[in-house]
Design a protein around this ligand. Structure first.
Ligand code: ADP
Ligand code: MG
Length: 312
């Protein structure tokens, strides 16, 4: 039987006229990483704030870290860690002072603070005021603060938004390490690649509701693959496009003067040899032809375009 670290049903939250959450159902198995993906304004931060007891839901229910969100918010708070877009770090204090202060407030051993500085590669910068830290270092310090008392469930609200690739990789490694230690992680992100890299399951949220869910590969399988043809001569592009159109039943995108890309719905009869044969028969000279799975970005665009048709 699966035990869920986060299980919500019908969560609703309104801000005046704005319905930020409209019946959000989430089920995050213990020990997994759940990526909550959605465009700006989808309700990601609201979901995190509700699930971490910072906001009281207007309707719905949830159990988080084994406790009822509404009846036992103190129990929920004991079981979770949160880092958000609103860092709690004090810029005037050094990294070490920040962590030691939190450790004291949370009654965590001081040695834990030093251990975490080390783990997040902040030992060297430990005695500098946090305001002198780069974005990535601040984010790591914030993450370290949320781990002083090892949480059962860690919530990360857009942990890498605005970070450079190097800092982003540092956060990714930290999340992977936590997950391998058995911590359940719920992270929100606007980046599909991030969800693809880190999450066991992805929930696509749109207008305060879960619109789609699945593993990254399940989501990719929902929309089939892509056929891509690169022609030797731009003059052959039209003919290549018409072959793709016939094979896929949809007009391909011509994204450079030599390349046509068509979406293939789950049609097992379109194989690469067939694609190449048909192009050859039409007299198109090609330099490349591929059939490949979609990227999560393409999944996201397709699923949000065809929202009604594909909604689960
Ligand atoms: N405190 C608030 N007061 C009024 N509206 C809010 C507040 N917080 C969020 N909203 C609105 O709720 C919706 C969802 O916001 P949010 O949860 O921040 O989305 P996301 O994190 O996915 O970008 C948006 O329309 C936003 O403007
Ligand atoms: Mg947000």
């Amino acid at each position: 039987m699966t035990t869920y670290a986060v299980l919500s049903e019908g969560l609703e939250k309104r801000f005046g006229e704005v319905r930020a959450l409209r019946g959000l159902d989430l089920a995050v198995p213990e020990g997994s990483v759940c990526g909550v993906l959605g465009p700006n304004g989808a309700g990601k931060t609201t979901a995190v704030r509700v699930l971490t007891t910072l906001l009281v839901p207007d309707a719905g229910s949830a159990r988080v870290a084994g406790c009822d969100l509404v009846r036992d918010p103190a129990g929920v708070r004991r079981g979770i860690g949160v880092t958000g877009q609103y860092a709690s770090v004090d810029g005037e204090l050094t990294g070490a002072q920040n962590l030691r202060l939190f450790a004291k407030l949370l009654r965590a051993p001081r040695t834990r603070a030093d251990e975490l500085l080390e783990r997040f590669a902040l030992t060297e910068a430990a005695d500098r005021p946090a305001r002198t830290y780069s974005g990535g270092m601040r984010r790591r310090l914030d993450l370290a603060a949320s781990l002083l008392v090892p949480p059962k469930v860690l919530f990360l609200d857009e942990p890498t938004t605005g970070l450079d690739p190097h800092s982003r990789n540092g956060i990714w490694d930290a999340v992977r390490e936590l997950a391998s230690d058995g911590t359940t992680v719920l992270l929100t992100t606007q980046y599909l690649e991030e969800a693809d890299q880190l999450a066991d399951d992805i929930v696509l949220i749109d207008e305060g509701r879960a619109a789609h869910r699945g593993t990254p590969s399940e989501l990719k399988a929902m929309i089939g693959s892509y056929a891509e043809v690169v022609v030797a001569d731009p003059a052959g592009l039209r003919a290549a496009a018409s072959v793709l159109d016939q094979l896929t039943g949809a007009e391909p995108a011509l994204d450079t003067e030599r390349r046509a890309v068509g979406a293939v719905s789950n049609d097992a009869t379109l194989t690469l040899p067939r694609l190449v044969r048909e192009l050859d028969a039409a007299g198109v000279l090609i330099v490349d032809a591929t059939l490949r799975p979609p990227t999560l970005d393409q999944v996201f665009l397709r699923l949000t375009d065809n929202r009604k048709e594909l909604a689960v």
